[in-house]
Ligand binder design. Structure first.
Ligand code: RNT
Ligand code: ZN
Length: 418
């Protein structure tokens, strides 16, 4: 009997259907963030200028993608090495300008994303989108919450342009487009006015969301944050702000939680059910914070597993899942693959839980048995199911993909000049 068959029987003994888990996961879309490949630089500003908005990449590993062709080549390799149903996730700063048709962020048009649309079409991918409210000379440093009306107008126009681009992506690719609004707006030190920027941020969001879109196809999200580098004292779009905005505008947008954006002992795994009590749908950025919002590569660690278990328990179709991290200190293609495979692993792990049984034990207050059952699940033959899932998705198993990335590093990445 092969390993999978044995493992399948073992799971059946604890009332888990491995076939169902595998088939479900094949159809769960998870967004692959384009910004891991070039350290969040994008193509629309001077790449030698630093990243702003309170985020930072550290490291200088060889082979950063320096243009759209290189980025697409790298993504193509990633797509060969990850199982499941990936979807692209683009930032507005990845607009592709050719023949002198550069446009500033307030003037972006769908045509600037035509090459990405073709890329997605050829590979059968949907695409999510993000306005880019950072790394630009118009950050004063505030954007949508700026007191300067001209600045604020520029960024509102950027948001509106991005809704039009999102409409285009959803339409062309015949898939929903989750459009996430995150700004790094905030202050380094104790504010003289906390309310003003928040009121302006709210008004800016109201303006942006007046741009027409079909909420079944384009899903604007509001992402909160606790603090960033250089904005340690005050973040305009705090958790309470973002959540309240989404709650008061449930017909127009959904909340997005990034698990790097909370105080260190808070966990997003506990927040998913809290939000889904009130919202039909939420969005997540899965990342790995170490001591701060450091955006390390996602691992198959306890919190990632717990997030995945919660997604499965609360309804996998209610959560828009995206990756969000950027590590420039290791091979960037490997960074993408490791994180994506780990999110897939965590989801598979979550799907291999006897949900009803555990729920019943809790309801019957059989807490000792609940602990025993949950602990024993940890040593089930998970790797066999994972290998089978990779096989059925026609991608390499663990132990078989890294050499492909190493070869790509030797042949392609190490020849790049930037
Ligand atoms: C930053 C936010 C935001 C960005 C991306 C690039 O702290 O998490 O989502 O990482 O938009
Ligand atoms: Zn994020």
């Amino acid at each position: 009997m092969n390993g999978y068959k044995k493992a399948k029987e073992r799971y059946a003994e604890v009332s888990v259907d491995t076939e169902k888990a595998i088939e479900t996961l094949k159809n769960v879309s998870v967004s692959l963030h384009c910004w891991q490949g070039d350290d969040v630089r994008g193509f629309d500003t001077d790449p030698s200028k630093p990243l702003t908005g309170g985020i930072q990449t550290t490291g200088n590993y060889l082979g950063r993608a320096g243009n759209y062709q290189q980025l697409m080549d790298d993504i193509d390799l990633v797509l060969k090495l990850i199982p499941g149903k990936p979807k692209m996730n683009l930032h507005a700063s990845y607009a592709i300008f050719e023949d002198g048709n550069w446009a500033d962020r307030n003037k972006l048009q769908p045509k600037h994303f035509e090459k990405w649309v073709n890329f997605c079409k050829e590979r059968g991918l949907g695409c999510d989108f993000n306005p880019t409210f950072f790394s630009h000379k118009k950050c004063d440093p505030l954007t949508l919450s700026s007191a300067n009306e001209e600045t604020r107008k520029f960024w509102i126009d950027h948001g509106k342009a991005c809704i039009r681009v999102s409409n285009y992506l959803a339409q062309e690719l015949n898939d929903t487009c989750v459009m996430n609004i995150w700004t790094g707006d905030g202050l380094k030190d104790i504010p003289g006015d906390r309310l003003g920027p928040r009121v302006r941020y709210k008004e800016s969001l109201d303006e942006i969301l007046k741009e027409p879109y079909d909420f079944n196809k384009v899903k604007p999200c509001i992402e909160s944050k606790v603090f960033g580098i250089g904005v340690e004292a005050y973040t305009t779009g705090s958790a309470e702000f973002a959540l309240s905005y989404a709650a008061f505008n449930k017909d127009k947008c959904i909340p997005l939680m990034d698990n790097g954006h909370y105080h260190p002992t808070e966990v997003v795994s506990d927040k998913i059910s809290a939000l889904l009590t009130f919202f039909d749908e939420i969005a997540l950025h899965i990342t790995r914070p170490i001591r701060w919002d450091s955006d390390h590569v996602v691992l198959f660690d306890d919190e990632t597993k717990e997030i995945a278990r919660e997604i499965v328990r609360c309804g996998i179709d209610k959560v828009n899942i995206a990756l969000d991290y950027f590590d420039a200190s290791i091979n960037r293609v490997a960074a993408w693959v490791i994180g994506y495979r780990n999110v897939q692993k965590a989801l598979l792990y979550g799907l291999l839980q006897p949900i009803e049984q555990l729920k019943k034990l809790q309801e019957e207050q059989k807490f000792t048995e609940l602990m025993v059952k949950q602990e024993e699940l940890k040593t089930m033959p998970f790797n066999e199911i994972w290998d089978e899932y990779c096989n059925r998705c026609n991608v390499p198993k663990d132990g078989q993909w890294f050499e492909i990335v190493e070869e790509y590093e030797r042949k392609v990445l190490s020849k790049r000049t930037q």
